[in-house]
Design a protein around this ligand. Structure first.
Ligand code: HEM
Length: 236
């Protein structure tokens, strides 16, 4: 396609094009830039929004957890008008709440890997071209790894407990060289957004009560609740 070979000119070069040019001495074509931006939108929007959706619902159902998150936010945030990366990196309990949410509700429930060359693992031979499916949801809900896996227990992700767990026991962002490109951005975005909202509003349960564990949609795409997750907001 002619469009694919169109080089971005200096005038309309954006941040992605400029960065690639500096690093690789080559510019991206317009099509490549559009493809990258579409991937960012597709991979980055719904995943983060769904996670925030689950977190706010859980906080409305668990005022004890909500109060602890708010106390931590107020302690770190204080009266500041802005919240920066340094502030966000101080959150400990909020991190645990977000991680426990991503454990119970990982937006991507599985991921695949293609075997690039014949490989032997523990005496088992895998041919080139074999497809491996990593069952993220099943790992996150395994009672052998997480005691009472259906219970929401953020303390599992406080540093001491979390550090003693196998690194592959928690895979919401995948693993290895092709793990989620937007992981750090998503982590930051989730924490900053939650900090701003929880500082100003209280999450209250909506009138309808859903059974826990929540019923989920059997979907090939991202994990979703079968029923709308509602909560009310009260200004503090
Ligand atoms: C809570 C939010 C998010 C979750 C749970 C999530 C999860 C994932 C997972 C499981 C993968 C596959 C990783 C693997 O195969 O090992 C992935 C890949 C990817 N994600 Fe995310 N993601 C999130 C947010 C974002 C955001 C905000 C962006 C971009 C702004 C993004 C961009 C990408 C891209 C580009 C890939 C493909 C990486 C590659 O193939 O090399 N993600 N994500």
């Amino acid at each position: 396609m002619e469009e694919e070979n169109t080089k971005f000119t200096k005038e309309d070069a954006d941040i992605i094009s400029e960065t690639v040019e500096k690093v690789s001495k080559r510019t991206l074509t317009r099509m490549e830039i559009i493809a990258q931006l579409l991937i960012f939108l597709a991979a980055g929007y719904e995943t983060t929004a769904t996670t925030l959706h689950f977190v706010t619902y859980i906080l409305s159902q668990r005022p004890d957890v909500q109060d602890k998150v708010r106390d931590e936010v107020n302690e770190i945030f204080g009266d500041k008008k802005e919240i920066g990366y340094d502030d966000v990196s101080k959150f400990v309990y909020m991190n645990a709440v977000i991680d426990e949410t991503l454990r119970i509700f990982p937006p991507a429930t599985r991921l695949n890997r293609l075997c690039q060359k014949e490989t032997v693992i523990n005496g088992v031979k895998f041919e080139k071209g074999s497809v491996f499916s990593v069952p993220i949801y099943a790992i996150h809900h395994s009672p052998e790894i997480y005691e009472n896996p259906e219970e929401f227990i953020p303390e599992r992700f406080l540093p001491d407990e979390s550090d003693s767990r196998h690194p592959m026991a928690f895979l919401p962002f995948g693993a290895g060289p092709r793990n989620c490109l937007g992981m750090r951005f998503a982590e930051y975005e989730l924490r900053v957004t939650l900090a701003w909202i929880i500082k100003k509003y209280k999450f209250i349960p909506a009138d309808e009560k859903l059974a826990w564990p929540l019923e989920l949609e059997p979907t090939g795409g991202l994990l979703k609740s079968k029923y709308e997750l509602k909560c009310k907001l009260e200004k503090l």
